[in-house]
Every structure is written in C-alpha cells, then in structure tokens.
Write a protein that binds this ligand. Structure first.
Ligand code: ADP
Ligand code: MG
Ligand code: ZN
Length: 609
C-alpha cells in the first residue's frame, strides 16, 4: 500500500516537472507586447518598426524605439503579401529589416517534436511505474512461503528489570536458557531438554514482554513470529512457513523460537467450529511434525504464548511438545505497584504520588492496563498544563478506565441531585456500618459513564477468597441505595436498577455456584467459561423444575435479607445518612478520609449482616 502511494507521488512529481518544461519552452518573453497584424501594418507605415524576424508563424518585432513586440501571421502565408494586403506601402517595407529565420533548424524540429515526445515519455513513465508495482506483487507472491521471522534486535531491548513480578515465569525461563547453554550437564544425567514452553495467562499480563526479556537476557538467537502470520491468503503457505521458521531456528541453534498467540493456529482440530479451517490444521500439523523431528540434542526451544489454553489442541500439550506450562497471573497489589513504578520511569512524577494507593485502587488491572493508566494520567496532566503527574491524575485515570469518563457537564436538577446523594449515601453508610464490608474508598455523585454516581469500596489487601459473611455484607451494601431512596422519599427511582441486577446475579451465584444457601453443598447448572477471559460461553440447566423454583426461593431470601439489613442500618443512623447526603450535595465527591471524618461524630458501631 505504501509502495503504491509512493509511486503516485512520483507520478505527480514527474507531471509537475514535465509541465514546467513545457511552460519554459512555450511561453513568450513576458516583456514583449502583442500586436495585431493591422496594428503592425499601421506601425510599419508610420515608420515605427525597425525589424521583423519571421519564425514560422511567429513574428518577433523590434520597434525603432528599441522595444520588442510579437505578432502572428497565418500559417504558410507569405509575410510580404500579407502586409501589402493590409495596406503597407512598398516604401515603408523597404525601410525596415525583414528576416526570415531558418525554420529547418533544431529549434523548429524541437518545437514540432517536443510536445508529442514528452507525452510519450509521460506515458512511458506511468507504464514503468505500473509494471514495477505489478512485478513486486509477483515477487511477494513467490515469497509467501517464507516465514516472517524476526530476529530480535537490540534496539528496544527488554531486560528482566523491565518486567515487574512474574517471578516464577522468569525463574523457569532462566532455567531453560541454562539448558540451552550447557546441555551436557543435563544430558549426562539422562535428562531431556524441554522442547516447548507454553506461557499462558489473561491478555496484557506480560507474556510477550517476558519472552522478549528472555531474548534480551539470554544472549542466544531469538526468533519471533506471531502465529497469525502463518496463516494468510494462500493455502499451504502456513505449513511451509512453519517449516521455514523451524529450519532457520535449527540452523542458528542454540536458539529460541517464539510463537506468539499460538491459539491462532493451535485450536483443536476437527471440532468443526469456525468452519474447520484446513489451512490452520495443516499449519498445526506441521508444527507438531517439526517438534517431533527434534533430535535429542537439538538445541532449539520453542516458546509459545496464548490466552486461550482451553482451546488448544491436546496434541500440542503432549509430553515432548509444549509440556512445560507457565501461568502468568494478573498482578497482585505489590506487583501492580512495581509495574506502575516501571512505567513511571521517564515521566515526571509529583511528590504527592502514592503508588501503593493507586495499586490498591486497581484490582484486576493487567500490566497492560496499568501501562495504559500511567499514560492516561500523563495525558491528563499535560492537558491541565501541569509540570508533573499528580496523585489525582492517577486516581482519575484509574476510575476512567473502570467506569468511563466523568460527565460533569450533564445537567441534573436539584431534586435528582438529592436523590443521587441519598442513594450513594445509603450505599456508603451501609458499607461503613457492616463489619465484613470492604472500606469505602470514595463516594461521588458526579455522573460517570452510565452511572449517576458511585460508591467505591475496595479491600485494603488483595483478596483471593471471599466468605459467605462478606458476600452478605456486599449484598446489603448493594441494597443500600434502594433502601435509602425508599426510606427518605417514600419512592424509588430507576437509579437503583443496576444495583438490583447485580445483587440478583450475585445472590444466584451464592446458591448455584458457591453452595452458600440452605440448599446445601451443591452446584446447579453447568457453565463453560473461557479460561482467562472470564466470559461464560454457555450454561446448561441440569436440574428439575422443582429445584429451579427452590433456587429462586433461596435467591429471594438472600435479597430480602440484604434489604432488611440495609433498612435496619439506615433507620438507626438517620442523622448520619442526612449528614453524608448533605455533604455530598455540597462537595459532590468524598474521598475516603473525608467520608470517615463525616461519620466520626456519629460513632457507628459495625454490625454483621
Ligand atoms: P500479553 O500477555 O497479552 O502478551 P504483553 O506482554 O503484550 O501482554 O504486555 C503488554 C504491555 O503491558 C507490555 O508492553 C508492558 O508495557 C505492560 N506490562 C504487562 N505486564 C507487565 C509487567 N509484569 N511489568 C511491566 N510491564 C508490563
Ligand atoms: Mg502478547
Ligand atoms: Zn446504587
């Protein structure tokens, strides 16, 4: 594509040059004035013309006062008879110098031939450009069988210090590089050098990054290809590319061959899903063949990365192929802090920035999300004309990533503002009054994304397990907005609908997934989830209608209980609710410390839900 546009630019330049040449040859000297033939005739009679040079049909005239003029006669007509016909007398004609320039000279031919020649040249150039384009296309077609192997370059070298966390992954990979460098040590003991290592984990957790870091650290040749490049337009290309890639790597042994996003070719064969792509299957088969073809002492290690290990063909995971698997998890709080620090390098960071606090506010963020957050904060700081990135920029960027940008401009009436303040105040107060609820980090009644306001509550530490008591507290807190509206205004707005949906979903999970209801230690329904992507693909109902209605009953119990708890809390702390709501209406946003300060005088004793 860029080739084509380059050619077009060349064609345009050629055209401009040619038209310049044209205008150079064919524009008369601008100083000469143009005379009509009859004007010329009367000038000659008046004795004002000194000389006429006839050049084809052009007349170059020099006046007696030295000025120049031009005129034109009919093609082929005789100049003297033309002038005589216009009434020039013989006397006047003899008094002036009449020259006929030899037209058979080079100039004559040039003026005759140059225009068609230039046109021909132009057409020729265009043809040449087109041919070149077409030929490079053909060459590309012949090159399709070659893989686009990229040998890692040292220009933007990534080292382990650029990778935060991922300790196990790094250690494992170092060990493998050790295998490559001193195989004897391992072979003597009868150990087999691992052939394939599969990095798996959610998107953005640094799989590609850690692979690049291995390239940077290990000093063995590192070949990099994305599996989607194997599969292109032409059938059979994928397999030959695979062959080529492995051949290149083997020639350079000891070496690492990295196949990124291997699920693009490594999907289960013959499943019939996705149209049963033959091309992909052939490529996958070729990868399997190549890996089996390694001798015991072939010093090539194949590294691959994927975020969909669940769809990979089992043959890929067999011993002797990708039998080593390294899982890269979403970063925990400590690692999130470290990742933020890595991406803060080269940026000017304000003194008030507390990376720990930002890490605390960003559970579930991947490394890529955090890198993006840092960048968003820098952009915001620049937009506000600041010299440094401040804590507020970072927190704002985090919330923007989670909930969408603030919509301060959305006009809401005083009454809607009041409803929102009591709604969010209700959430926050219930959360603050329950022992098992996470601490409230922030309450806001500024609309953001689709939410009219929001209450942010997050644990101070990362949690990996959640208890029933914590879920009950969560449910009660979700009901806090609804209960507060009902209690304060005797009416309910649509603002609570999302809370109700989430509470219902959660309550259903408690019953069907976690065995936390009175139906006992059992799960109901079969759901298939996409590993690492957290999306449910399908769920299957494997229980009777009777059980279904029992489940509904339990779900309802959870929700009613949650509502009762919320109502009880709000009823017993009416003054506190009013204070929180009033402060919210005034300030719109309460950070954790402000919120705690508002509640302090009320001395609320936390209860269990
Ligand atoms: P994937 O797992 O999808 O291949 P990448 O390796 O492409 O993810 O990560 C995307 C970006 O996220 C990296 O370029 C890097 O900037 C950032 N990132 C991810 N994980 C980390 C980490 N552990 N340390 C530092 N940066 C990270
Ligand atoms: Mg990647
Ligand atoms: Zn709500």
């Amino acid at each position: 594509m860029s080739n084509l546009s380059k050619n077009i630019i060349w064609a345009v330049i050629t055209l401009i040059v040619i038209s310049l040449i044209f205008s150079f040859f064919f524009t008369p000297a601008p100083s000469a004035k143009t005379l009509s033939l009859s004007q010329l005739a009367s000038d000659i009679n008046a004795g004002q013309v000194k000389q006429i040079k006839v050049n084809g049909s052009e007349l170059d005239i020099t006046m007696t006062d030295g000025s120049a003029a031009v005129s034109q006669k009919e093609d082929g007509a005789d100049i003297t008879s033309t002038l005589k016909n216009l009434g020039v007398n013989d006397q006047a004609l003899q008094n002036m110098d009449l020259q006929v320039v030899n037209q058979s000279g080079a100039q004559y031919w040039a003026s005759l031939l140059l225009p068609p020649l230039l046109e021909l040249l132009l057409v020729g150039v265009l043809f040449w450009l087109m041919f070149r384009q077409a030929r490079s296309g053909v060459n590309q077609a012949f090159n399709f069988g070659r893989s686009n192997l990229k040998v890692s370059s040292f220009k933007d070298r990534v080292m382990f210090k650029d990778v935060a966390g991922l300790k196990e992954a790094k250690e494992e990979l170092i060990e493998v590089v050790d295998f490559l460098k001193t195989p004897k040590k391992f072979l003597d003991l009868g150990a087999r050098i691992p052939r394939g290592i599969l990095l798996m984990g959610p998107p953005g957790t640094g799989k590609t990054l850690v692979a690049r870091a291995i390239a940077g650290e290990s000093n063995v040749p590192f070949f990099f290809i994305s599996a989607s490049e194997f599969v292109e337009m032409f059938v059979g290309v994928g397999a030959s590319r695979t062959r080529d890639a492995f051949l290149t790597a083997k020639r350079a042994a000891p070496a690492i061959l990295f196949i990124d996003e291997i699920d693009a070719v490594g999907r289960q064969r013959g499943a019939g899903m996705g149209g049963g792509n033959d091309e992909r299957e052939q490529t996958l088969n070729q990868i399997l063949v190549e890996m089996d073809g390694f001798d015991r002492d072939t010093r090539v290690i194949v590294l691959a990365a994927t975020n969909r290990p669940d769809v990979l063909d089992p043959a890929l995971l067999r011993p002797g192929r990708f039998d080593r698997r390294i899982i890269l998890d979403l970063p925990d709080m400590k690692d999130r802090e470290a990742i933020l620090r890595i991406h803060a390098e080269g940026k000017t960071i304000g003194k008030d920035v507390d990376f720990r606090r930002v890490a605390q506010r960003t559970p579930g963020f991947s490394g890529a999300d955090l890198a993006n957050l840092m960048n968003e904060a820098a952009i915001a700081a620049a937009r506000h004309g600041q010299k440094m990135i401040g804590q507020a920029d970072l927190l704002e960027a985090a919330e923007k990533v989670i909930m969408g940008p603030e919509r301060r401009s959305r006009v809401i009436s005083q009454h809607e503002k009041e409803i929102t303040a009591y709604h969010e105040g209700g959430h926050a107060l219930v959360a603050a009054s329950l022992k098992d609820a996470d601490p409230v980090q922030k309450v806001s009644i500024i609309s953001r994304g689709f939410a009219g306001g929001y209450t942010m509550k997050l644990p101070n530490e990362d949690v990996h397990l959640k208890t029933r008591a914590q879920f009950l507290a969560d449910l009660a807190m979700m009901m806090g907005g609804y209960a507060s509206e009902k209690l304060t205004f005797g009416d309910i707005s649509t603002g609570a609908s999302n809370d109700l949906k989430e509470a219902s979903d959660l309550a259903r999970k408690l019953v069907t997934k976690y065995g936390m209801s009175e139906l006992g230690p059992m799960t109901f329904g079969k759901t298939e989830e996409m590993m690492f992507l957290g999306r449910e693909i399908s769920s299957e109902k494997n229980y009777s209608e009777k059980v279904a209605s029992e489940i509904d009953e339990e779900v309802k119990k959870f929700l009613m209980h949650a509502y009762d708890v919320a109502e009880k809390v709000l009823k017993s702390h009416k003054a506190a609710l009013k204070k929180v709501a009033d402060t919210l209406m005034e300030k719109e946003v309460l950070e954790q410390d402000d919120f705690n300060a508002v509640l302090r005088p009320f001395k609320i004793k936390p209860i269990t839900a």
